[in-house]
Design a protein around this ligand. Sequence first.
Ligand code: ADP
Ligand code: MG
Length: 348
Amino acid sequence: MKRFFLTILILLLLAGGIIYLNKTRVVKKELLSISGTTMGTSYHIKLVPETEENIDSSTLKVKIDSRLSEIDQKMSTYKENSDISRFNRHVANEWMTISAETFTVIAMGQQVSKISDGAFDITVGKLVNLWGFGPAIHIEAIPDATTIQTLLSQLGYHKLELGQTPPALRKANKNIYLDLSAIAKGYAVDAIAKLLLENQINNFLVEIGGEIITHGEKRQHQPWVVGIESPLSQQRSIRKRLQLQNVAMATSGDYRNYFEEQGVRYSHTIDPATGYPIKHKLASVTVIANSCMSADALATAIMVMGPVKGLEFASQQQLAIFMLVKQDDQFIEKYSPAFVPYLKTPEE
Ligand code: ADP
Ligand code: MG
């Protein structure tokens, strides 16, 4: 009997050893990278394969690409038949049904509009286009003040109504033109994270055009490390490295998408209060949140508010944000109390 238990014990130890070895082998396995293009930008995904069998990266890439294209087909102003483009052509004061998914993103947009007192506003599309940042051709001259004022008087998130069942939209006038560019990428990041989890992948980093989400770890006891860029248009360099665990991060900046006219930089972020591109010293703002969709929208909202109001807002809302503010030829760092835990430099 004793021998029997001993054999069982040895067998158990052996089995444990094999499982352990197997685990360390899996943990040390190479990260898998999948990348491509979507929404006028690029995406990069890194993941830790759980077992030998369950990852076929080309099949996974097909799933990812088709999910991303599905979202783009619904939400892009560059696609004629998207929910957004159909609604932008739709008559005023009449309901139009849209997909549940587009509705979710618009509802979140409206929520961020409310808490940011209209700094974030998806109805500014006509102004975005007027300033040459939409799907139309880029502009040659600064738009005239009268056109801006006329448009401004007709825009605003409160002029867009949302109906629940079925998901539908209605606008108060024909100049309400939706643009989800400041939130859809974040939503797509969340959607890909969901897809990976559904495919039994639990350790990954998803990035689309600079908006990021992480889940699990890169290696055992080693969280994912991401970088915040220096806000320089001519080069790409990392200003700050952060560890992220099961959170999302989005950045808005004035240094990638802008045009210059007589030494003045006109950014693609429009202040819905003035109808003009933002004019303050905030070069970039990074928001860490649970969902990338909200991080994306909030980063744009804070970009509109500027360094002082933006930081106040973040502190009130208990948001983790990090700002780079122009001062002479340098950038100074500002952050909210909730960002403090992220300041520790990663060991990697
Ligand atoms: P990026 O696209 O560089 O990540 P954002 O998320 O800040 O940057 O989105 C900026 C885009 O959002 C602009 O190109 C424009 O299409 C749109 N936009 C501009 N101003 C606003 C605003 N006040 N609220 C919502 N969307 C905006
Ligand atoms: Mg954004």
